[in-house]
Design a binder for this molecule. Structure first.
Ligand code: G3H
Ligand code: 13P
Ligand code: ZN
Length: 330
């Protein structure tokens, strides 16, 4: 099975009340950790590459790594997606260079400019059999060079979504309902303490999601910034020389609710970074004389695999769903 677009995945995910995991990839161990979990759990997957990942690892290396994963996992559908495409040229390079899906992120532009650049990407992408994700509303955090300070983010305005989707022809829409990029999504002051002494972040704006979904029936919605920042890994990082005070993510229960609704794609990167960094820090601290990269990359890859497995089974609900999507291609 060659790389596929997300069209069939989103159709099934919408109907079935689950979401597809979109995990960022930057090197071989990350690609392997994610796809081994998906293969074992029979889950569809979106592997996504940011502008930063292309700059770090090189476009061709990343495409070839993903193609290798497709060969190793012939029974699950795999999408290769550009995450936060900054301009038409980058989207075109990915469309021409083997990607099956691109995001054009015009969320920092005016509404009219966002429509114009998104429409241009859609026209080129659709001519080449590639699907497009657009974005309305801005998330706090860092996406490559675009830094949106906390407090300067803006929720998606539901009254804009129909016009945006109709005028651009996008296949899916990322919206801002309170998630943000990175490991510091909420300050402790924004959270409340529960009876177990755990900080609970404010709820996502499900009212906005509901209003958007009403205006765009059966249309796939995307959530960025959806890492949950597992406290076990934050603790591991801090215990072994790291410094990540007050790292707080989106509660998994909130993501599960989103996945059960019109949200068909959930983006997760920071949690995999945390798993990898925590594991490697621990290894270094406990094995100061070791210097073979394979010895620390192996447990890092294994822990990426386990955290992805957990997401597929307990958060996204897409474990076991590869077959029903594969059947659509037969
Ligand atoms: O949205 C951001 C993703 O986590 C990718 O991050 O731009 O550092 O590769 P990056
Ligand atoms: P996190 O930083 O929450 O993992 O979000 C990743 C993301 O949205 C990639 O586009
Ligand atoms: Zn994102």
């Amino acid at each position: 099975m060659p790389l596929v677009t997300s069209k069939e995945m989103f159709k099934k995910a919408y109907e079935g009340g689950y979401a597809i995991g979109a995990f960022n990839v930057n090197n071989m161990e990350i690609v392997q950790g994610i796809t081994e979990a998906c293969k074992e759990e029979n889950a569809p997957v979106i592997l996504q590459v940011s502008k930063g990942a292309r700059a770090y690892a090189n476009h061709t290396y990343l495409v070839k790594l993903v193609e290798a994963a497709v060969i190793e996992c012939p029974d699950i559908p795999v999408v290769l997606h550009l995450d936060h495409g900054p301009d038409f040229e980058t989207c075109k390079a990915c469309i021409d260079g083997g990607f099956t899906s691109v995001m054009i992120d015009g969320s920092h532009l005016s509404f009219e400019e966002n429509i114009a650049v998104t429409k241009k990407v859609v026209e080129y992408a659709h001519d080449h059999g590639v699907v497009v994700e657009g974005e309305l509303g801005t998330l706090a955090g860092i996406e490559d060079e675009v830094v949106v300070e906390s407090g300067k983010e803006s929720y998606t305005r539901p009254e804009e979504v129909e016009e945006f989707v109709t005028k651009t022809g996008v296949d899916s829409l990322a919206i801002a309902i309170g998630t943000s990029h990175g490991a510091y999504k909420f300050t402790p002051e924004q959270c409340t303490l529960n009876e177990d002494g755990i900080l609970v972040p404010p709820a996502l704006r499900f009212d906005i999601l509901e209003e958007v979904s009403k205006r765009l029936p059966e249309f796939p919605i995307v959530l960025h910034g959806s890492s949950s920042v597992p406290q076990d890994y934050v603790k591991m990082v801090n215990e072994f020389g790291g410094k990540m005070p007050n790292a707080i993510g989106v509660p998994e229960s909130q993501l599960r609710m989103a996945a059960a609704s019109s949200v068909c794609k959930i983006n997760i990167d920071s949690d995999l970074r945390l798993a990898m960094t925590g594991t490697i820090r621990k290894f270094y601290a406990e094995n100061p004389s070791k210097f073979d990269p394979r010895e620390y990359l192996k447990p890092a890859r294994a822990n990426i695999k386990e955290i992805v497995r957990h997401k597929l089974v307990n958060v996204l609900g897409c474990a076991g769903k590869a077959d029903e999507i594969m059947a659509l291609y037969k």
